[in-house]
Design a protein around this ligand. Structure first.
Ligand code: SAM
Ligand code: SF4
Length: 472
C-alpha cells in the first residue's frame, strides 16, 4: 500500500515539474515514506532519519510521509530536528502546496530562480520493508544550497475527518506490466492491536467509474495485471451507488486487455460469497484470496475486536473450497496477543491444518500507540512470542511442502517477471500467486510481462520449479 502511495506521490510531483533522481546523494529534498504497523518498522524510521542528519550540512531537506508522520506528528521535529515537513497519507492531496510553502519559506528562497520547482527532480526507491518507500527530491538548479539551519516546519496531519481520496491520474508506476489501483482508503474497523485507523483516517471509497477509468487507462498503456488495494476492500461502498465490491471486481476483470486481477486485503467479517461467485464467473480474476484470520481462537478474536468467530471464518473458507476453481488461500496471523493461552495458540495451529493455507504472514504482537490492546493485561513475554512464532512457522512450512507438492506434473500459466542470472532461471508467478522458477526447454527465451505455460517439476516450501513448454 505504501509502495503505491509513493508511486502516486512521485507521479503527482513529477507532473508538478519535479524530476526523479536515483540516489539520496543527488537529492535536495528527501521524502521518506514510513510504516508504523509494528514497533520495529517505526524504530527503523528514526534510525534512518538519524543517518540522514549528516546530509543536512549539504543543504538537503527532509520530509517524513506516511503512518509514522501521522502518528508522531510534530514530535518528529523534536526527535529529528533536521526534518522540515511531516505529512500523513490523508494529506497527500495537499503535498504540492506544502512543497511550495517549504520552498517559499526557505531562507535561500530569494536566491532560487522563479521556475526552480519546475526544474526540480524527484526519485523513489523501495526499501527492504515492502511497506516503506523512499522518495528523493532534487532541485536541478545545482548552484543553490539551502541554509543548514532551516527552521521551516510544514505539517499535513489531516486526521479521521478527511473525506477525500488521493486520486491522481499521474502515477509513476514502477512495473510496466502489473500495477495497483487504490479503491478504498482508511479503515473503520479498529481492531484492538492496529494503528491503521488512526494513521490512515476513516474509510472512503472511490467511485466505480473512476476506478474503471483508471483500469482502462492502464490497459491502454499495456498493463495486463491489476491489483485492487484497500485496508479492507470488502467494505468498499461505491459513492455513485452503482457497484458492490464483487461487481467492481468483475467489471475490472472484464476490461479488455486485462488478464489478471487481484485484490487485497479482505476482512473476514465483510467477505461475501458474491466474491467467490465472481471468481468462478470471471476467468481473469485470480484464483487467490488473502483472508487474514489473526487467530484461530474465538476468545482471542473477540479480544482483538475482529468481529467474527472461528466458525464464521471457517464458513468463508468453506465457500472457497466448494468453488469451481481451485482458490489458493493465504492469511496473516498474530501470535502472543495479550492473554493468548497455550490452548488459544494450539487452536491457531489446528486452524492452519484445517484450512491448508498456501502462505501465512505471521507476526509477533507489537504494542502500538493509541490502540485499545495497550490497556490489556497478561502481556506475553517476548521469548514466548518468539517461541510461538517459530512453532507456527515450522508447522506452516510442513503444510506448504505438502500443498506445493501437488502441483508437480501440472501445467500452469505463468506471468514472466524476470531472469535470475546467477541461477540461470526465469522467474514468474501463477494466477494463484505462487512463484515459479523455470528454465526454457527449447525455443526462444520468454519476454518479461508475457504469459507462458510451465510444467512444474519440483517444489520448495515457498516456490515451484518447472520447465517452460512451447505452446501448441
Ligand atoms: N487490513 C488488513 C487486515 O485487516 O488484515 C491488514 C492490515 S496490516 C497492514 C497487515 C497485518 O499486520 C495484519 O493483518 C496483522 O496481521 C499485522 N499487524 C497489524 N497490527 C499489528 C500489531 N500491532 N502487531 C503485530 N502485527 C500486526
Ligand atoms: Fe487494521 Fe483491522 Fe483495519 Fe486491518 S481491518 S487495517 S487490521 S484495523
Amino acid at each position: 500500500m505504501n509502495v503505491h502511495d509513493s508511486e502516486k506521490v512521485v507521479g503527482t510531483l513529477v507532473q508538478e515539474g519535479y524530476l526523479q533522481v536515483e540516489s539520496v546523494e543527488q537529492a535536495d529534498l528527501i521524502l521518506y515514506n514510513t510504516c508504523s504497523i509494528r514497533d520495529k518498522a517505526e524504530q527503523k524510521v528514526f534510525h534512518r532519519l538519524a543517518d540522514y542528519k549528516k546530509l543536512q550540512a549539504e543543504g538537503k531537506k527532509f520530509g517524513v510521509l506516511g503512518c509514522v508522520a501521522q502518528q508522531e506528528g510534530e514530535k518528529i521535529f523534536e526527535r529529528a530536528p533536521h526534518v522540515s515537513l511531516v505529512c500523513g497519507s490523508a494529506s497527500y492531496t495537499k503535498l504540492p502546496e506544502m512543497l511550495v510553502q517549504l520552498e517559499g519559506k526557505s531562507p535561500a528562497a530569494d536566491s532560487l530562480p522563479a521556475n526552480s520547482r519546475i526544474l526540480a527532480s524527484l526519485g523513489i526507491r523501495d526499501s527492504v520493508d515492502h511497506d516503506e518507500a523512499l522518495a528523493s527530491l532534487r532541485t536541478a538548479h545545482e548552484g543553490v544550497r539551502h541554509s543548514a539551519y532551516n527552521l521551516v516546519r510544514i505539517t499535513g496531519l489531516d486526521d479521521r475527518q478527511t473525506d477525500k481520496c488521493f486520486e491522481t491520474e499521474f502515477t509513476a508506476r514502477t512495473n510496466p506490466h502489473r500495477g495497483y489501483i487504490t479503491i478504498i482508503e482508511g479503515c473503520d474497523k479498529f481492531c484492538a492491536y492496529c494503528v491503521v485507523p488512526f494513521t490512515r483516517g476513516k474509510e472512503r471509497s472511490r467511485t466505480s467509474e473512476s476506478v474503471l477509468a483508471e483500469a482502462q487507462q492502464m490497459a491502454d498503456l499495456g498493463y495486463t495485471e491489476i491489483q485492487l488495494l484497500g485496508q479492507n476492500v470488502n467494505s468498499y461502498r461505491d459513492p455513485s451507488g452503482n457497484k458492490s465490491f464483487a461487481e467492481l471486481l468483475a467489471a475490472v476483470g472484464e476490461v479488455a486487455g486485462i488478464r489478471r486481477v487481484r485484490f487485497t486485503t479482505s476482512h473476514p467479517r465483510d467477505f461475501g460469497r458474491d466474491i467467490v461467485e465472481a471468481i468462478d464467473a470471471v476467468p481473469s480474476l485470480c484464483d487467490h484470496v488473502h483472508l487474514p484470520v489473526q487467530s484461530g481462537s474465538t476468545r482471542v478474536l473477540d479480544a482483538m475486536q475482529r468481529l467474527y468467530t472461528r466458525e464464521q471464518y471457517l464458513e468463508r473458507i468453506g465457500w472457497m473450497k466448494t468453488a469451481n476453481r481451485d482458490i489458493s488461500i493465504t492469511t496473516d496471523v498474530i501470535v502472543g496477543f495479550p492473554g493468548e493461552t497455550e490452548q488459544d495458540f494450539s487452536e491457531t495451529l489446528r486452524l492452519l491444518d484445517e484450512v491448508g493455507y498456501d502462505g501465512v504472514f505471521s507476526f509477533k504482537y507489537s504494542a502500538r500507540p493509541n490502540t485499545p490492546a495497550l490497556t490489556l493485561e497478561d502481556a506475553i513475554p517476548e521469548e514466548e512470542k518468539s517461541r510461538r512464532l517459530e512453532v507456527l512457522m515450522a508447522r506452516q512450512r510442513e503444510i506448504q511442502i505438502a500443498r506445493y507438492k501437488k502441483y508437480i506434473g501440472m501445467q500452469c500459466e505463468v506471468m514472466v517477471e524476470g531472469h535470475n542470472d546467477a541461477r540461470g532461471q526465469w522467474i514468474g508467478r501463477t494466477s494463484q500467486n505462487k512463484t515459479v522458477n523455470f528454465t526454457v526447454c527449447g525455443g526462444a527465451d520468454p519476454v518479461v510481462g508475457s504469459y507462458v505455460p510451465v510444467m512444474v517439476t519440483r517444489n520448495f516450501p515457498n516456490s515451484l520449479v518447472g520447465e517452460m513448454r512451447l505452446k501448441g
